[in-house]
Structures are given as structure tokens and as C-alpha cells.
Design a protein around this ligand. Structure first.
Ligand SMILES: [Zn+2]
Length: 434
């Protein structure tokens, strides 16, 4: 092990010796060796005395007497070997995350935060997460990963898969933070380009399950449409509708921020990639690392907005496809008819396509306000129409606002009893039929 307690402080001997020139190194090693012989070097874990070893073959290190060791030191060495492949930013980022979470431990009695190798030393694990987190009995393995591509993708893929499997067997859920230099997104093509290793780093959080639900609803509402294809994404093959998220960490000095990307992983073949559901967005550390039932890792309002926007985009694409098909059909029908009629059809379809676009782009409404407009009978015909399209697509989100469809329908029936405007009534009747 490369650390010892010396004069009340942790001394990292590798770092210490590297400060000196080659000529001075031997003298310094000798100095610390003598100090160790006089029992000045103490194991930080078991508090037994340590000796300094600096052979030709082995790297300079501290050892317990006569080949003895202790659980703490063994776990430290295992973890130390495991993180050798990481770059310098790894420990900086890890410490910032640890401190942030540790700070919350004070105010949350059901939260426990500890370095992985310290928490599980007694159990002699083969791999340790950087940080161990226990929230009310639910355990998480939090790990920071850097140099994702450097050791050759294949080797690191195996390492990550092995760790994911190991932590899962131990009952822990894995959370990975990936160093940002690996990020390669192209939202215009709705693509995230990935290293093979990043497949294993994509995790499943509460927000991802909400996205799954939305995709399922859209697929049920519009069977026969392939959602990724609607966005022009060229898939390798069939993709499972299994939304996952990747968390990148950006560090400048001792400040870090996170960004979240939601995606559906494409089939695992080169070039590795995924369908980007949304454009990634950034969060600062206090936003990202709030622990509730799990680490939040997202901006809830932003996610709701993103889902609404995504659903609108899907609707818009489908309507555009339908209108295009109608245009083609009509163009065929009129091929044998008069030129004037051809023009007439084309222009009316263009007009209705424009109308459809307007309808679906304005479906983002303040539902609570609209319901109160219903109660006070102050809804305009356009608002009645927007309300219908909103409920058609987002009825499952009503509970987020403390509402139910039944309740909204109750007010719709009430309004139908009082409003005479035929345009408004038309839409209200539509809502009743939902
Ligand atoms: Zn010890």
C-alpha cells in the first residue's frame, strides 16, 4: 500500500518521493525507512506499525510486519489497482461527489455515504465502487470512469460489464459518471455516438421509466409507426423501447457539472450508437446529486417539458406523413381530371396540413388554468380545441397536476349544460368521448 499515517497525517509515499530528483530519491527513501523502523509509520486502517519496502522489482510501498496485513489495507490495495487505469481527474471528481453526498448525510438520517473500499473491506470484495450509498436500505454503487477508450475498448467493456454484474449480485444498483471528453452527440441526426463501453454505463433511473411509459402510450396510440424512424434515425436493426440515461461529468478546476442524455441504445454493433430522445442538458452538482429515493440526476420540470415536446414532435411527424400520403393519393386521382381541379385539391391539402401543424404545436397548455376556465365558462373555441388535443395526448400526466380525466370530464359536462357556442360544444363533445 502506498499510504501510512506519519506524524498524524496521511503520507502517500509514491507522491512524496516523486517530488525529488533521482539523486535525492535514495536519501529520502532512506530517511522514511529509518522513521518506519522507529515505528513512526502507522497503518491508517488497523493502526499497527508499518515498514517501508523499496525493492528493485516491487514499487515502493508500506507493508505490515512479517507479511501480515489487515482487511482495510487489502481493500485499499484492491481498489488502488482497480483505479490505476483512470486519469488524474478521476480522484478529483470522485472527491467532489463524495463531499456533496456526505454533506447530505448530515440532514438525512436514512442516508449513508462511504468510500466503497472502506464500507466493504470486511466483506473482501473483488471490485469496489468509488462511493457506496445506502438510502433507506436501497444500495447504490457510484463510480466515476475516465479514459473510457484508452486501454482498447474491448478490455474496458469487459471490466465495466464485470463490475456491473458484480455490484448487481451484491444487491447494488450502479450509477456511472463518464468523463466528458467521451461525449459525442449529434442532435440534428438524433444520434449519440458511443464507445462500446458506454453501453454498459447507460443506467435506468426513475425518469427513464417515465420515458418508457410515454413511448408505450405513443406506440399504442399510433400502431404501425416506428418512432425512431419518424425522426430520421437510421437504426442498425430492431430496437427495444428501453430508455436509458448517460451521465457525463465536466470538470474545470475543482468545479464540476453534469449533463444528462436520454437515449435508446441501438443494437450492439459497430459503429456503436443510440437514438437521442432529447438534447442533453447541464446541471450543477447541487441539482444533480440531490438524494430522494435515489440520486435525482435530472431536472424534473425540464424532463416533463421534454416529454411533452417529444410527443408533439411525434404527432406532428405522423400528421405530416398522413397528409403527404393523402396528397399522393389525391394527386393520383386527379391525374386524369382537369388541371384546375388538381390545383384546387393540392392547395386545400396544403392548407389543412398547415392547420394540423398549428394544432399540434400549441398543445402545450396550462391545464390547471384551462380547467378553471371550464368552471367559469370562459373558454374560447381555440382553447377548447387545444384542451381536446392536450387531453388526447397527455391524459396520463393529469395526476401530476392533481387532476383526473373523470374530473375534467365532469366540468366538461357542466360547461356543455351552459355554453351555447357550437364551435366550443363540438370540442367539448369530443373531450367527453375520450
Ligand atoms: Zn493495517
Amino acid at each position: 500500500m502506498d499510504v501510512a499515517l506519519y506524524e498524524g497525517e496521511t503520507l502517500n509515499i509514491t507522491a512524496e518521493i516523486s517530488r525529488y530528483s533521482d539523486a535525492e530519491k535514495d536519501r529520502m527513501i532512506d530517511k522514511y525507512r529509518k522513521a518506519a523502523e522507529k515505528k513512526a509509520m502507522i497503518c491508517p486502517f488497523c493502526h499497527e506499525e508499518l515498514r517501508l519496502r523499496a525493492g528493485e522489482i516491487n514499487e515502493i510501498h508500506f507493508a505490515h510486519l512479517k507479511g501480515k496485513s489487515c482487511q482495510g489495507a487489502e481493500a485499499y490495495d484492491t481498489y488502488h489497482n482497480q483505479t490505476k487505469r483512470e486519469n488524474k481527474k478521476h480522484s478529483v471528481i470522485k472527491e467532489i461527489i463524495y463531499n456533496e453526498l456526505k454533506g447530505q448525510e448530515l440532514i438525512r438520517p436514512d442516508l449513508k455515504v462511504e468510500y466503497g473500499y472502506k464500507e466493504k473491506a470486511e466483506e473482501k470484495w473483488k471490485h469496489y465502487p468509488d462511493i457506496y450509498l445506502n438510502k433507506n436500505g436501497r444500495e447504490f454503487a457510484v463510480s466515476v470512469i475516465t479514459n473510457v477508450h484508452e486501454i482498447g475498448d474491448e478490455k474496458i467493456v469487459k471490466t465495466i460489464n464485470k463490475r456491473n454484474k458484480y455490484f448487481k449480485e451484491k444487491g447494488l444498483e450502479s450509477i456511472w459518471f463518464v468523463e466528458d471528453r467521451e461525449l459525442a452527440d449529434d442532435f440534428e441526426h438524433r444520434v449519440l455516438h458511443l464507445w462500446e463501453a458506454e453501453y454498459g454505463l447507460a443506467i435506468k433511473t426513475e425518469e427513464d421509466y417515465k420515458w418508457d411509459k410515454l413511448l408505450k402510450e405513443l406506440s399504442e396510440e399510433f400502431p404501425g409507426y416506428n418512432i425512431t424512424r419518424l425522426f430520421g434515425y437510421r437504426a442498425h436493426g430492431t430496437m427495444n423501447q428501453d430508455v436509458r440515461s448517460l451521465y457525463y461529468v465536466h470538470s474545470i478546476g475543482d468545479e464540476i457539472t453534469f449533463s444528462v442524455y436520454r437515449l435508446i441504445l441501438d443494437q450492439m454493433q459497430s459503429p456503436f450508437r443510440g437514438f437521442a430522445l432529447t438534447e442533453g442538458y447541464r446541471m450543477n452538482i447541487s441539482q444533480a446529486l440531490i438524494v430522494r429515493d435515489e440520486i435525482l440526476l435530472s431536472d424534473k420540470e425540464r424532463e416533463d417539458r421534454n416529454r411533452l415536446e417529444f410527443a408533439n414532435q411525434v404527432l406532428f411527424q405522423i400528421e405530416a406523413l398522413k397528409a403527404e400520403a393523402a396528397l399522393r393519393r389525391q394527386a393520383n386521382e386527379v391525374r386524369y381530371e382537369e388541371q384546375a381541379r388538381d390545383k384546387y385539391f393540392a392547395s386545400t391539402v396544403q392548407e389543412s396540413l398547415a392547420e394540423v401543424a398549428v394544432t399540434y404545436m400549441t398543445v402545450d397548455i396550462d391545464i390547471v388554468e384551462y380547467v378553471s376556465k371550464l368552471k367559469y365558462l370562459s373558454l374560447s373555441p381555440q382553447e377548447a380545441e387545444s384542451l381536446f388535443y392536450y387531453l388526447k395526448v397527455h391524459r396520463s400526466e393529469l395526476e401530476d397536476y392533481g387532476l383526473t380525466l373523470t374530473e375534467v370530464k365532469k366540468w366538461v359536462r357542466y360547461a356543455l349544460g351552459k355554453i351555447n357556442d357550437s364551435k366550443i360544444r363540438e370540442w367539448l363533445v369530443e373531450i367527453e368521448a375520450l
